[in-house]
Design a binder for this molecule. Sequence first.
Ligand code: GDP
Length: 311
Amino acid sequence: MKRNDIRNIAIIAHVDHGKTTLVDSLLKQSGVFRANQVVEDRVMDSNDIEKERGITILAKNTAINYKDVKINIIDTPGHADFGGEVERVLKMVSGVILVVDAFEGPMPQTKFVLKKAFELDLPVIVCINKIDRPEARPNEVIDEVLDLFIELGANESNLDCPFLFASAKKGIATLSLEDEGENMDPLFETIIENIPAPEGDIDEPLQVLVSTIDYNDYIGRIGIGKIERGKIAANDEVLIVNIESPHKQQKVKISKVYEFEGLNRVEVESASVGSIIAVTGVEDIHIGDTLCDIDKSEALPFVKISEPTIA
Ligand code: GDP
């Protein structure tokens, strides 16, 4: 089954190139604003907990509805120090948006993530941002991005990838520098056209690879991942298994299932293949675990935290 109503995409950018502003302008166009106290609190809580417990919750999820498609946008840590985290995030998505400042050009810190995206054969959409800057030099930056692609071993289709020009600040994206642009529609349309819809069989036994762990004082540990196969519902009993420790096989009961909506998690009765979900109720849930059908224990391969390959 192809989930034409979903696109899962990661966003890659060097710090300050405008990732947050770009996601905000996509959110704004769909009627969601970040100036929301509840959200601010949540983000800050997460950071504190992250420091305290050393758990990885760097990947922040956002979901934006455009026409009839839910676009899950997953933030990736830009730096090579988060090698394992990056790989796990990239395993959840079917493509990436690379945001590059129209003045600064591509920066070495994004190389590592981009290389991983190429290794996983993910289609890339390049978004040259800040074209409103007086010193912007978008044409040169295109060449610099292409040089970087070649250096990282990009294939023909990567070299042929769509380039967009944006002023995230003004909420504008265009496919051509001659076009002044009006809104973010060209970026939404490019995502829907160029990033494949997730696929999988809804009738097969459940498999979810837990890619991220979040934590909340009220609901405890939260496992986040993409449904690779089957479906899951609140109160389902599932098996939790791990390819690294085959003896760990626990029967657990999921309390709640959430999907992402704007900057929030929203509770859903059930979710199916292709969706990125969060589940609660399992205190012994860890990154790399697989949630499986109660009758079919089958752990998914898991990406270990590895040393960065590029300095
Ligand atoms: P991030 O670190 O990649 O998330 O970057 P931010 O979104 O926080 O942006 C970094 C800085 O660049 C902020 O001061 C933004 O206001 C500014 N910025 C982002 N997008 C644009 C843009 O399109 N044009 C201009 N001129 N500035 C921008």
